[in-house]
Design a protein around this ligand. Structure first.
Ligand code: TYD
Length: 210
């Protein structure tokens, strides 16, 4: 069986994740890699329906409920998309994965990380990323970027949570990176998109050679 590779992208609001994934996609295309890009929550029909519930439901959703919905979407994505792609030797590029749950629902939502890890392991069936790119940016910079390209009134349910929530998300990501230096590569996302991408590309190519 051929062996693929998982590369996930993570970061807080306004960190430039979409731009970097777009640049990475162009790079993979240009260099003839066999790849697919998918996102969380979403990536399957069921997952996209769950995404709609998570981002646009009216009223409160507890962190526990949120996490289980994210996990249901994740389990479906692993079974239907990630596992088959890996078996075909593809590079799977993920726009968010379980580290988002550990930070948003764990560190910021105050759920127990050990509970989250148990359920996540059950959902992902060993599909751990080979490389996770963490785009690190302060809350203020992220929000100022976001307010430039969209009307702040259009923020989704999770984006609307306040400063302290998003600061905990950032701290959580940095703690995860500290605990798993081999997998999680931290990039200073305040640099120009071109510079950020050069750093990502160099790290990716290093991992390919391993
Ligand atoms: P999205 O519009 O994809 O945001 P972004 O462009 O920032 O990736 O919305 C996804 C939102 O869901 C985002 O605010 C992060 C949040 N999220 C969690 O809280 N937990 C999770 O496990 C995942 C995958 C996402």
């Amino acid at each position: 069986m051929k062996n693929g590779m998982i590369v996930s992208f993570e970061g807080g609001e306004g960190c430039g994740k979409s731009t970097q994934i777009k640049m990475f996609k162009e790079y993979l295309e240009k260099n003839g890699f066999d790849f697919l890009i998918t996102r969380e929550p979403g990536g399957t029909e069921l997952g996209e329906n769950i995404r709609e519930l998570l981002l646009h439901s009216k009223g409160e959703i507890s962190p526990e409920t949120e996490f289980l919905l994210f996990s249901a979407s994740r389990a479906k994505l692993v079974q239907d998309v990630i596992k088959p792609a890996l078996a075909n030797g593809k590079i799977v590029v993920l726009d968010r994965y379980y580290d988002s749950s550990y930070t948003y629902q764990g560190y910021a939502g105050n759920l127990s990380l050990s509970d989250l890890k148990t359920i996540t392991e059950f959902a992902i069936k060993g599909c751990v990323p080979d490389l996770t790119i963490l785009l690190d940016l302060s809350f203020d910079e992220g929000m100022s970027r976001k307010s430039k390209d969209e009307n702040l009134k259009n923020l989704d349910r999770i984006e609307q949570k306040g400063r302290s929530f998003h600061e905990k998300v950032r701290e959580g990501y940095l703690k995860l990176a500290e605990q798993d230096k081999e997998r999680i590569f931290v990039v200073d996302a305040s640099q120009s998109p071109y510079k950020v991408f050069e750093t990502i590309k160099t790290e990716f190519e290093k991992r390919l050679k391993k």
